[in-house]
Write a protein that binds this ligand. Structure first.
Ligand code: PBG
Length: 323
């Protein structure tokens, strides 16, 4: 079809026409709200690197989750900040660990929200790595047992979905087996399948105090230059029993979101990470960007690329804007 028979501007002439032909609609149903939970009471402390996001004690977290539910947000993703960090990250699987207590309290007080627990060691171990360290190396198979143990304790506390974010090989299978053996066959796994070694996690590492104490995460997270490898990771996780697969970060990785959706047809989660949040926050606080428009644009484009689920620190704002 050629001009002047086809005039693309015809259907852009009014908001009514634009609404009729709009293909992608961001909805509150797409959103997952990440939260950082800390020990203590009455704590609501702003995170320096993530303006507008807070460290919350469980009582304050419950209020935040109640508000999220009232806004129609279907799910939250919980990150725990432990009291102490040790060799084996013992608080990560403790009955009275910060996550276990937070999940139990939310399940009791805000029953109908989906509770997803991030499943990793880096916040809990002294090394800041996502696995057990032996002779300066992050060891894979030994870490799997520990991850499965954490998954079980999170499921016992009441988590609906566990979300392994460590990038060890074989962890989805190890977690699925342990959950099934213990009778938690209905606990779902949202796997951080294609998690890249990205610079965009920096604000989060300050928020969760989980920066590696030596070296970096390049020996387990994906090389930013690769995409075929991400597809292999995704296929492996699906074969091992992942229910939802994730691409992370989101904004610079839209090609991956597209490919994963096209090639698997699985529910795809995209994690719009802390750096994506803080970039918009910083630029808009200086008047360089319109925060609301920039957020709605990036999230709509993440959905357009193929994401079904979008994890975003803007979830609350977006729910209000769309409301
Ligand atoms: C833990 C974890 C990280 C993030 C989510 N889970 C940090 C990392 O891998 O260094 C990043 C989230 C964000 O930046 O918003 N493994």
């Amino acid at each position: 079809m050629n001009f002047p028979v086809y005039r693309a501007r015809r259907l852009r002439a009014s908001e009514g026409l634009r609404r009729m032909v709009r293909q992608t609609r961001l909805s509150v149903d797409n959103l997952v709200m990440p939260c950082f939970v800390v020990h203590g009471k009455g704590i609501r402390k702003e995170i320096r690197s993530m303006p507008g996001r807070f460290h919350l004690s469980i009582d304050e977290l419950v209020k935040e989750v109640e508000e999220a539910k009232a806004l129609g947000i279907p799910a939250i993703l919980l990150f725990g900040i432990p009291k102490i960090k040790d060799e084996l990250g013992s608080e990560s699987y403790a009955k009275d660990g910060i996550i276990q207590m937070a999940v139990a309290e939310i399940k009791a007080r805000v029953p109908d929200i989906v509770v997803i627990t991030d499943l990793c060691l880096c916040e809990y171990v002294a090394s800041g790595h996502c696995g057990i360290v032996r002779n300066g190396r992050v060891v894979n198979d030994e870490t799997l047992e520990l991850l499965a143990r954490i998954a079980l304790s999170q499921a016992e506390a009441g988590a609906d979905v566990v979300a392994p974010s460590d990038m060890m090989d074989g962890r989805v299978g190890a977690i699925r087996r342990v959950l099934d053996e213990a009778g938690f066959s209905d606990t779902a796994i949202m796997s951080y399948s294609a998690k890249y070694a990205s610079s965009f996690y920096s604000p989060f590492r300050e928020a969760a105090d989980c920066a590696p104490r030596f070296s970096d995460r390049a020996s387990y997270q994906l090389d930013i230059a690769n995409s075929d490898e991400a597809l292999r990771e995704i296929q492996l996780d699906i074969a091992e029993g992942a229910d939802i697969v994730m691409v992370k970060p989101a904004l610079a990785y839209l090609d991956l979101i597209f490919r994963v959706k096209e090639e698997t047809g699985y529910p795809v989660a995209a994690y719009s990470v802390s750096g994506e949040y803080s970039m918009i926050k910083a630029a808009s606080s200086l008047g360089f960007l319109d925060e609301k428009r920039a957020v709605l644009e990036t999230l709509t484009c993440i959905k357009r690329a193929g994401a079904d689920i979008i994890i975003t620190y803007f979830a609350r704002d977006v729910a209000k804007w769309l409301g």
